[in-house]
Design a protein around this ligand. Sequence first.
Ligand code: ATP
Length: 232
Amino acid sequence: MLRITDLCAGYGQKQVLREVSLDVPRGAVVAILGANGAGKSTLLKSIVGLVRATSGSITLDQKPLANESPDRALRSGIALVAEQRELFKSMSVADNLMLGGFLRRGTAECLEDFEKLLDVFPRLRERSKQPARTLSGGEQQMLAIARALMARPSYLLLDEPSLGLAPRVVEEIFAIVRRVSAEGVAIVIVEQNVSLALDVAQNGYVMEVGAITVSGASELLRTMPAVQQAYL
Ligand code: ATP
């Protein structure tokens, strides 16, 4: 289980996260909701060590993770797909994908996963030789997710995967999220599309100004007037 307890974190003097606590059991899907600037991205970044925690703890199966480097988080099985997607734009789709497996030893196994992921993402197979910058927004998001999956994570952190995408493409991305979840990968998803996020997640947490204000089962959150008014 990924457990965050009373986490405070921020940028220099600026404190963003205020005593955030949340649990993500293995295999679960958890949605993080909240307005722009609430601190959702900061939370995901602090889980992988891109933002420093000033107090509180992050543990994976009771082992401390806070303030470890992003590669250590990845070695522990936690992969972040950042909002900006962070692709190597001039490199090919195939090379971007293979780079996702850079921490793994067995090349044969990596190649097997590479082929498997190209089956899951047929559009990436069609475009495997193209530079990543030539992909549409939705295809770039698919590549970012596929590249993260090349590390065989047990936790996938998705920051606004549907941002800027057409509704049909958003549906495709969520179908992929469901498929990844069905394979047993736990997912923490930050999403503006609250309705879709609550459909796919078992539990949700609402963040306001760096703190968790409401949390609970997705069906429960959906019925709360405060959540409906603000986000649905
Ligand atoms: P959004 O959906 O707009 O990304 P968010 O909930 O993910 O919102 P964050 O991106 O985590 O929010 O931002 C939380 C706060 O931290 C904001 O006030 C933002 O301006 C600030 N912030 C984010 N990144 C930095 C940074 N690199 N340096 C300083 N402040 C930052």
